[in-house]
Design a protein around this ligand. Structure first.
Ligand code: NAP
Length: 321
């Protein structure tokens, strides 16, 4: 198949590009040439900013287009216009953030979605508007590419090259041992998806439609961290659970403490999506400990909680309690 990937060089899309190439397809990447532009010399690279002129697509024809990097519906419109019906089957990477809370445990792809309020095009993407903008993108995708589009709604994506270092942080923190700050509610429903598993499945779905969560089965956050601790932590490691209110008061956020829900109540949280549809469609997920094993020695983003800051927070927590 001739496959156009919009994006494809950073993390989610980078693994997708690898998987689509490994499946033997011809790949064309559309990106600006800013992020890892020297990757994938075997692919055709079309350089363009999707928010500007997409005339580089003129004369190209594809059997499938996978849009990894759409955040505003206008980007779907301009892509559809530039492809002029030559894009083949269309896949859009959305998010479980598209759901309207409360989601409830085991919610399916039919659960109610967010409604967007406020400006749409040109507006900066924030935690507040990200999910509802994804909903608008999904709607636009169906309008312009037809009802048989593939909509992928991932939970937290983890694995090599994750710019947020989500599972990287926990694998490395638990491997260091000692007193480990564990954030928020130990019962918080938690899911991740290894970018490589998602990518392999998406490559197998080229040309097929539907809406799917790409998630592993939901577990309490405590089970996920305990599982990693059993696998990687030295003897004597102890998890100290610090409550949401304290963390929020002390300026913590989920960029520093990945997989934490930033204090959102567990029954409003999106970490309990039903994986059944994607599993029935062939998604195979590796154990989270296996994903974590590959992240023990990678570099971590600066944004994550530092050992010094963690010690300060733990001392303050102990004094307080
Ligand atoms: N990470 C998660 O936990 C998570 C969870 C749920 C959903 N998602 C979704 O997964 C996707 C994120 O994937 P990723 O960033 O890792 O994807 P990626 O496809 O690996 O990287 C982003 C790509 O987009 C290109 N790009 C960025 N801005 C562009 C523009 N204006 N015009 C053309 N190309 C542009 C970048 O290259 P250049 O910089 O060279 O242009 C890069 O190739 C998003 O749709 C996100 O909503 C992620």
């Amino acid at each position: 198949m001739r496959v156009l990937i919009v994006g494809g060089t950073r993390f989610v899309g980078r693994h997708l590009t690898e998987a689509v190439l490994a499946a033997g397809h011809e790949v064309t990447l559309l990106h600006r040439g800013r992020t890892n532009a020297d990757l994938f010399p075997q692919a055709v690279h079309l350089l363009a900013d999707r928010n500007e002129d997409l005339s580089v697509l003129a004369g190209h024809e594809f059997d499938a287009t996978v849009d990894v990097t759409g955040y505003h519906p206008g980007q779907i419109t301009s892509l559809a216009e530039a492809l002029g019906g030559r894009g083949g089957h269309y896949t859009f990477v959305s998010s479980v953030s598209a759901y309207a809370p409360p989601t409830g445990p085991g919610f399916t792809e039919a659960a109610p979605l967010l409604e967007h309020t406020g400006p749409v095009e040109g507006v900066a993407v924030t935690v507040e508007n990200y999910g509802s903008l994804k909903v608008l993108c999904e709607q636009r995708a169906r309008e312009l590419f037809g009802p048989d589009v593939l909509i992928v709604r991932p939970t937290y994506v983890v694995g090599p090259w994750d710019p947020y270092g989500r599972l990287d942080y926990w694998a490395q923190r638990l491997a260091r041992g000692g007193q480990v700050l564990a954030p928020g509610d130990p019962a918080l429903p938690t899911q991740v998806i290894d970018a490589r598993d998602q990518a392999a499945w998406m490559a197998s779905m080229l040309g097929r439609g539907g809406v799917f969560h790409t998630v592993t089965p939901s577990v309490p956050l405590a089970d996920l961290l305990d599982g990693l601790a059993r696998e990687f932590a030295p003897a004597g490691t102890e998890l100290t659970w610090v409550d949401d209110a304290f963390l929020l008061e002390h300026g913590a956020d989920s960029g520093m403490l990945p997989l934490w829900g930033d204090g959102i109540a567990a029954d409003y949280w999106v970490g309990a999506a039903d994986p059944a549809a994607a599993l029935a469609a062939g998604l195979v997920t590796r154990p989270v400990t296996e994903s974590a094993r590959d992240l023990l020695t990678v570099g971590l983003p600066d944004r994550l909680l530092t050992p010094d800051r963690e010690s300060e927070l733990l001392m303050a927590w102990t004094r307080r309690s």
